[in-house]
Design a protein around this ligand. Structure first.
Ligand SMILES: [Zn+2]
Length: 483
């Protein structure tokens, strides 16, 4: 199909034709210009331009990925799971091309591939690894014909972005049934709506958690998927790990949790520093250690391992590869702010926020917080979702909370209703001042926990990047998005 650019590495030059080449060049010029104007990483505009010139440019470029393409979708955990899988594959000698976190639409994926491709059409990667919003999934599947689709979980996201969960599940189902022949679906067995997507699919790998010590009784009050997708009867939950994700069955007997092919049988947390998982795939057992904490991250690990298995990487090799994994930006990323250690934990929807708070309190003994709420398009413009976040967890725990962001005042009202004392909450709108105040209010020997929504994280990271405390996000990995 193309000319091998480096026969030993199995790389191929994309066969683009005149129109595809014009699209590639237009996209690359846009990316260079956009970086020249310092408009962030130029994460989506080059994709818009390239697709305008040739709507098939992504299809043409992705055909040169000899190891195939993996697509990751679902509400929470896409970025960390993609980062884990990317690390596993690259250690196996399989270079990847991946889209940036946040550039989740088809334009972001196109931009990522255009950026990595040389002017002459060489894609220096074997595997495409793309995270995508549920609504864009069918179109991406049509474009890149992925060999593997990973579905993480389904939770209500910011209210104005997506319709009902059933609509979201329908998008994914459509994509799964229209995937190419031989495609493998990697599904979270513990999320009922995701597990139900495996019906009638020829190739499914289920992943889940099987540590009875961590299973909690009862559903959280905001749980999203409580009803059997077959008959509508409320599920019986033996227990949950978080939200509605856990061990469930329909009392009428027509649907229950599938037995996971890849499962963690024991998970031990080392505070915020990391966790150790005992994982089995029925053939091999492996001990996996990663510098991530929280049960939501345990799911990211087992789903990444299951996806690697779908790509024929043995479990033991994946486990070895993860020994030197470092977290994706803003996902349990560590830094120092005014001499205080700080951890950045992106929180962008009720379930994500609840789990991040729970992890910070339970494993990080968090007492000092900076919480930043924006209402821009990427955050969700309707901020009423904060009323579904269980900020009551902070009662009797938080010592000082700086609230910031475009909607800091909404957040303050929410915290007031959570009965947190007024004198512990401080509104600071300027990003730099907010970081300074939050760090000053953090006692020596303690860690500041920074919980921003998506664009608030970009703003806070920009301040920290100017200080030299962090790398710009588009330089997060060598080889990404070179001008
Ligand atoms: Zn049922």
């Amino acid at each position: 199909m193309g000319l091998p650019a480096g026969p030993d590495r199995g790389l191929m030059r994309a066969r683009l034709g005149p129109r595809g080449t014009a699209a590639l060049w237009a996209g690359k010029l846009t990316a260079g210009l956009s970086r020249g104007l310092r408009r962030g990483g130029g994460t989506t505009l080059p994709g818009d331009v390239a697709r305008w010139v040739d709507p098939k440019v992504l299809t043409k470029l992705s055909r040169s990925l000899t190891g195939g393409t993996v697509v990751i979708t679902g509400t929470n955990g896409k970025t960390t799971t993609a980062a884990l899988l990317r690390h596993i594959l690259e250690v196996q000698g399989l270079p990847t091309v991946a889209n940036q976190a946040g550039a989740n639409l088809i334009f972001g994926v196109t931009a990522a591939v255009v950026n990595r491709t040389s002017w002459s059409g060489d894609v220096p990667a074997r595997v495409g690894l793309f995270e995508i919003d549920e609504a864009s999934l069918p179109r991406l599947v049509e474009d890149v014909a992925p060999g593997t689709i990973v579905v993480m979980n389904l939770f209500r996201d910011q209210l104005d972005r997506y319709g009902e969960l059933e609509t979201t599940a329908a998008h994914i189902r459509r994509a799964l049934t229209r995937g190419p022949e031989g495609m493998t679906a990697v599904l979270n067995a513990d999320d009922p709506m995701v597990a139900a997507l495996g019906d009638d699919l020829p190739r499914v790998v289920y992943a889940g958690l099987d540590d009875p010590l961590l299973l909690r009784s009862g559903l959280s009050h905001g749980a999203d998927a409580k009803f059997c997708p077959r008959c509508g009867t409320p599920f019986v939950f033996e227990g949950v790990y978080f939200g509605h994700v856990g061990h469930y069955r329909c009392p009428r007997g027509d649907f229950s949790r599938p037995s996971p092919d890849v499962r963690a049988t024991s998970i031990v947390f080392d505070g915020m520093d990391g966790m150790r998982l005992r994982v089995t795939d029925g053939q091999q057992d492996a001990d996996v250690a990663v510098p991530l904490s929280g049960l939501y991250n345990a799911y990211n690990v087992v789903l990444a391992l299951a996806a690697a298995k779908a790509l024929e990487v043995p479990l033991a090799k994946s486990a070895v590869a993860l020994r030197d994994f470092t977290p994706a930006f803003g996902r349990m990323e560590r830094t120092v702010i005014d001499d205080r250690p700080a951890i950045l934990l992106l929180a962008k929807n009720p379930t994500g926020f609840n789990e991040v708070l729970r992890t910070a309190i339970q494993f990080g003994r968090a007492r000092s917080f900076l919480i930043a709420l924006n209402d821009r398009i990427a955050d969700g413009q309707d901020v009423s979702w904060i009323w579904d976040v269980d900020f009551e967890q902070l009662r009797g725990v938080a010592r000082h909370i700086v609230v910031s962001g475009d909607r800091a005042l909404d957040l303050r009202v929410r915290l007031k209703y959570a009965e947190l004392p007024d004198d512990q909450i401080e509104v600071v709108t300027d990003w730099r001042d907010a970081l300074d105040r939050a760090a000053q209010a953090t006692p020596a020997g303690e860690t500041l926990f920074v919980l921003p929504t998506y664009t608030a994280m970009l703003e806070l990271r920009a301040v920290l990047t100017r200080d030299g405390a962090l790398q710009p996000y588009w330089q997060g990995r060598p080889g990404d998005a070179k001008p």
